[in-house]
Design a protein around this ligand. Structure first.
Ligand code: 5GP
Ligand code: MN
Length: 316
C-alpha cells in the first residue's frame, strides 16, 4: 500500500502514550528511509515531551484542519475511530486506509486491518511488516520505546518469548536501551511524584480488598497544573497492592466526567467492562470515560468487577 501512495498521513490515538508515539514515529522513519520522496505527516495530540529523543518527534503536527486529502492514511494503536480524536477526517477523506493495532476491542474500521490482539504492542506487531535488516537505529529506538511502555518494561503478561527476541534484535541495533528505559519510563517530574503520592494516599479499597480505586478531581488537577500524561503509572502502582485483583484510577476531565483506567491481575477482564461503558483496551488494561458522581462511577464499575470475581470463584 505504502509503495504506491505519494502522500501518507499517520494517525495514533488521543492522549498518546509510548506505543502510540513509538509506532507513529517508527512507521514515519521507516518509510522516510525506505521509500523516500513520499510526503509523510504524523498528526497527534501533543505528545509527552519525554519522547522527544525519538527521531522526527518535532515534525508531529497538531493541525486537524488542513483539509488535505492523502493517498493513504495509516492508523496505529487506535482501537476505534473515536480514539483518533479530531484527526479522524484525515481517515475519512483518504483514498486508502490501513490500521495496525493490538487491541482486542478493535473491530476493524479501515480498508485494511492488521489486528493481532495477543501481541504486546503495536510496535511489536509492526516488526512483522518491516525487513529486519532495514530497521535503522532510529526506527529501533521508536519500536523499543513502544514495546517497553506497553509491557511495563517487559513484565506484563502480554510479554512473550517473541517479544524478548524482537527486543533483543532492536538492542543489537545499538540503541541506548538503559537511557530509554530510565528517561522515558521511570523518570518522573517532582509534580508527577506529588500527584502519584496524593492518589495513593487517598486510595480506597473495596470488595474485601480485592479492588482499589483512587480519583483526582478537576480542582486538584488545576492546583498541581498536571495533564493526562502526568498520571501515567498511577493505576499500575495501585494494581500492585497485595490482595488487589483490580485497580481503578480516574481523573476528572470536565465537571463530573472522568477518564477511567483499569488494570487487573488474572481474574477480571477489564476490556469487557470498559467496552460495556463505551471504551476498550486489553483484557488486563483498559479504559473508558464516564459521567456522574464518583460514587456512581465506582459503583457501576465494581458491580461488573464483583460479578466477574464471583463467577471465577464459583468456577474454582
Ligand atoms: P490507559 O488506562 O493507560 O489509558 O489505557 C489502557 C488501555 O486501554 C490502552 O490500550 C488504551 O488504548 C485503552 N483505552 C483507554 N481508554 C480507552 C477508551 O476510552 N476507549 C478505548 N477504545 N480504549 C481505551
Ligand atoms: Mn498499544
Amino acid at each position: 500500500m505504502a509503495e504506491a501512495a505519494k502522500t501518507i498521513a499517520i494517525l495514533g490515538h488521543i492522549r498518546p502514550d509510548g506505543d502510540c508515539v513509538g509506532s507513529c514515529l517508527a512507521v514515519y522513519n521507516y518509510l522516510t528511509e525506505q521509500v523516500p520522496e513520499r510526503e509523510i505527516q504524523i498528526y497527534l495530540e501533543e505528545p509527552p515531551v519525554k519522547f522527544s529523543y525519538l527521531k522526527g518527534f518535532e515534525t508531529i503536527s497538531q493541525n486537524a484542519g488542513t483539509g488535505k486529502i492523502y493517498d493513504l492514511c495509516i492508523c496505529l494503536d487506535a482501537s476505534d475511530k473515536a480514539r483518533l480524536g479530531d484527526f479522524a477526517p484525515y481517515l475519512d477523506h483518504a483514498r486508502h486506509s490501513l490500521c495496525v493495532d493490538h487491541h482486542v476491542t478493535n473491530a476493524g474500521y479501515c480498508e485494511k486491518n492488521e489486528i493481532l490482539a495477543d501481541i504486546s504492542s503495536t510496535c511489536e506487531h509492526l516488526c512483522h511488516f518491516m525487513e529486519k535488516d532495514r530497521i535503522s537505529k532510529a526506527v529501533a529506538e521508536c519500536l523499543y520505546t513502544g514495546i517497553l511502555h506497553d509491557t511495563n518494561v517487559f513484565k506484563n503478561s502480554n510479554t512473550s518469548g517473541r517479544t524478548m527476541e524482537i527486543a533483543g534484535m532492536l538492542m543489537d541495533k545499538g540503541i541506548d536501551f538503559n537511557r530509554i528505559i530510565n528517561e522515558s519510563f521511570y523518570r518522573k517530574t517532582y509534580i508527577q511524584n506529588q500527584i502519584l503520592g496524593r492518589a495513593l494516599l487517598e486510595s480506597i479499597t473495596l470488595l474485601d480488598g480485592r479492588c482499589i480505586f483512587s480519583v483526582i478531581r478537576e480542582k486538584d488537577i488545576a492546583f498541581y497544573g498536571v495533564t493526562g500524561s502526568d498520571f501515567e503509572g498511577i493505576v499500575e502502582q495501585l494494581q500492585i497492592t497485595a490482595g488487589v485483583e483490580c485497580a481503578i484510577f480516574m481523573y476528572e476531565i470536565s465537571d463530573h466526567y472522568y477518564k477511567v483506567s483499569m488494570r487487573s491481575g488474572d481474574k477480571v477482564d477489564v476490556a469487557k467492562i470498559a467496552s460495556y461503558f463505551g471504551g476498550g483496551g486489553h483484557v488486563r488494561a483498559a479504559g473508558c470515560s464516564m459521567g456522574g458522581s464518583v460514587h456512581d462511577v465506582v459503583n457501576n464499575l465494581t458491580l461488573h468487577i464483583e460479578q466477574q470475581l464471583n463467577a471465577r470463584e464459583q468456577e474454582i
